[in-house]
Design a protein. Sequence first.
Length: 521
Amino acid sequence: MKYSLKTLLEKKGFVAFAIFTIFIIAFFMRVMYLPQGALTFAYDQARDALIIQEILDGDFKILGPSVSGIPGFYHGVLYYYVIAPAYLLGNGCPVVVSFWLALINSLFVFVVYFLAKKMTGKQGWSLIAALLFALSFEQSQYATWLSNPTMGVWFVTLLYTGLYLWLKERKTRFLLLSGLSYGFAIQSNFSLTYHLIPIALWFLYSRKSLKKEAFVLFLGAFVFSVFSMVLVELKFGFKIFDGLKYLLDSQQNLGLKTGLGEFIIDYLNHMGRVFANNLFPQIPAFGGLFGTGMLLYYLFRIANLKNKHDLEIKLLITWILSFLMASTLGGTNIPHITAGIGVGVIILTTFFIREFIGDHPLIAIYILLIIFVANIVKIVDENRNGQTIFAIQKDMILVNEKAVVDYTYNHAEGGEFSINTLTSPLYINTTWSYLYNFYGKEKYGYLPFWRGKSQKDLLGDNLPGVEEDVFTHFYIIEDMEGIPSRYLTDGLEEENSKSKVVDKNGFGKLIVQKRQILENK
């Protein structure tokens, strides 16, 4: 049996078939619930969709999405141009865009296979690494998430692929890949700048063989890939410095004054989630312990790694630990700041399990089977609810939102009606404006009137103002996570002053009230 398996792995046709099958599995596991609308679609997603509409109309952008909570910080604009073709082909449908991102993410099974093959030198273990990536719960969540950090998985992986190939083969062209990928990673998520630390450490480690032209190539590729961000700073007067000042002045709000003990706990918890969501998502505590134990196992041996894989293990350790310094600046509060690190975890896990195959093959097989099953079960159970790892308002998924829109049209019985919304961010109707234009108008042929606070100069100010003779009204209340409860009380009081409830329904945690406008109001 061992001989026949070895023979199969030596056949290029079998390996090509196997990796293509893994790609199909990866794509299916990522998109299985998308046709039903299992897609997180909240303010950030609607904002991006409206900006892309402007791009498709000829208003090209150089400014990317803002960094939440830090004025003056912006991600790169690359994300908009990556998903713009999918919005064009899908006629504004977010599901089509999510399919597009899932396809790109699934293609990275080939990259993971290639990198693992270079590192392990073994076809079988390279296929296992690719399958671990294909079935990873965390990767399935990143794959369909309509947000710029999803690209971090791609570019962080390519960054370390290029860096490893350069360290291994000393060919200058690999630093071109690494420099481009590092810049594009920053475009994906500004906070991924922290990967500069392992890059600098490896350059310092290899300083004797780092030729000047190689470093210039890396630097030039990096500058090219962040050039649009440089243009933004030139155009807007280097607002990044205001953002840095705000970041440093807001230490308490960002958790930067946490004591050493709390910092260690926060860091371990965050990394524990990364380990768990890639290895044992059904049992997070065990997944965190397994991943942490694996990392410590290699850290304690790092000084004595004298085998042919010492470079590979050390690179994977720096890849996984790259987040350590960023966590001191409040990074543990950002769930997606570790985008791409999970790939390093997957490949290191492949090395770790491989060590058991000689003396304890059954243990290695059982561990792999448990990982595969745990991730499959988690994907099947959780992905029907959208991208729950990242969502604050977890019930803001497209299937619920479409149900709300359908409810308003159906209960208006073909007549004119108005809406008002309680939203996060407060009093910004961007999400519902997009939904009514992309879905409601296309399906029912007309738009509701807006009966709420002014949306002037806000994205999505595209619902007509209410007319005096419109008496059917709907009040839409989003998932209240992140919305202080007093705003619900205030909103209901305001609505009750001008209308009365005649019916209501809930779709997940989204509530919609059908109301009748009081004629004397």
